[in-house]
Design a protein around this ligand. Structure first.
Ligand SMILES: [Zn+2]
Length: 383
């Protein structure tokens, strides 16, 4: 080989090496971009709005087509969650380890703002993560937890307790007792309320209320309230000693509003939408969903009057792969699986002022939590 050819070869190899080293350096250089680890955890975005009170209403399992089918079933143009809110978008639902979430992981996303694996309650791997009851009370806010199921359910559990697994009722119950929640209203359950748990309720400073009559007679005392109702009325029902979810929600709002100088956070769950879907019971699902919408109406009307309350209504996931086309019979045949799906769900809101949250936007479900946290933190002093 001639000397000049050697020179060209050496120069070329040097240039290639420089390129290779440059790319290697860029690839290793840490940037502020979160690496894509496939877990769908976006970099934290901060929101600018403010709220005195924050209320999140969760229709467990309430998919988009559930809403369409229920409107058609009752002959309605729109539900209150659509007509009384100012913003509608979609939320993703997947958990950290599964495209199809369970209620524990999705409630953790909505309460804690982080993705976790299915089954985990306000916990990621070996670590508890701050739930909404803890976050709100760290700002001196009061807290209410309302569900049509018992408080051992995964959704209420992730808002004011923690557990390695959703089936760990003892950890969940003890977490609720130790929390700063001021009022619980939920369903009584024979299996969950074993003797030691019933006796722990007054020991932890709660007044235990067991019927609608007792609830309405109780004059918003400053004592902490733990109400276990026999059941909740679905739409159009009037079972003895049972409130509707709207009645329970308004009782808790009035209780917290007269008590809280620094605002309150409340989570309200329509728990049985999902449970009826698991049983492919369309009429039961529709009654629970419309009962939930009646609670949404009461809350939105109160919030519109109040003018300082952020309300977010959403679902934790879709349940049943419900598919509705006009003319379909309103029965279990609309519910095509007894399981959850990975479909997006709607969210509706009143009180969001951030202009980058636009009509029809699709947000990761953890963003709904970040909105609530920022709207709480912005007008208040740093913790
Ligand atoms: Zn379910």
């Amino acid at each position: 080989m001639k000397k000049s050819l050697w020179k060209i070869l050496v120069v070329s190899l040097t240039l290639v090496s420089i390129f290779a080293l440059t790319f290697a350096f860029v690839a290793c250089n840490p940037t502020d971009e979160t690496p894509d680890d496939g877990n769908d955890t976006p970099a934290r975005h901060y929101y600018t709005g403010s709220a005195k009170n924050v209320i999140m209403l969760i229709g467990d399992g309430m998919g988009m087509e559930h809403i369409e089918a229920v409107k058609a079933y009752y002959g309605l143009e729109s539900l209150y969650m659509e007509s009384l809110t100012t913003l509608q978008g979609e939320a993703t639902t997947r958990s950290r380890d599964n495209e199809v979430t369970d209620s524990a992981a999705s409630a953790t996303a909505l309460s804690c703002g982080v993705k976790t694996d299915n089954g985990y309650v306000a916990r990621v791997d070996n670590t508890n993560v701050e739930n909404m009851a803890e976050y709100a009370s760290s700002f001196g806010m009061d807290v209410g937890i309302i569900a049509t199921e018992h408080i051992g359910g995964a959704t209420p559990a992730a808002f004011s307790s923690h557990a390695y697994n959703r089936s760990n009722g003892t950890n969940i119950f003890n977490g609720h007792m130790a929390s700063d929640v001021d009022i619980f209203i939920s369903q009584f359950d024979d299996d969950f309320y074993i003797e030691s748990r019933l006796s722990a309720i007054p020991q932890n400073g709660f007044t235990h209320i067991t019927s609608l009559a007792e609830l309405t007679e109780n004059q918003y005392s400053s004592a902490k309230i733990f109400a276990t109702m026999p059941e909740f009325d679905g739409y159009g029902e009037d079972k003895p000693n049972c409130p509707s979810l709207a009645q329970a929600s308004m009782y808790a709002i009035n209780y917290l509003d007269q008590k809280s100088d620094n605002g309150f956070f409340m989570m309200i769950e329509g728990s049985y939408i999902d449970k009826f879907c698991h049983k492919k019971d369309f009429a039961g699902m529709a009654s629970e969903l419309r009962g939930f919408d009646e609670a949404v109406k009461a809350v939105l009307e109160w919030a519109a009057q109040d003018g300082e309350t952020l309300v977010i209504i959403t679902a934790d996931h879709e349940s049943g792969n419900l598919v509705y086309n006009p003319g379909d019979p309103f029965d279990g045949s609309l519910i095509t699986t007894g399981d959850h799906t990975g479909k997006n769900v709607y969210f509706f809101a009143l009180g969001i002022t951030d202009e980058d949250i636009t009509q029809g936007i699709v947000l990761d479900n953890t963003e709904l939590n970040h909105i609530m946290r920022d709207y709480i933190a912005n007008p208040r002093k740093a913790k």
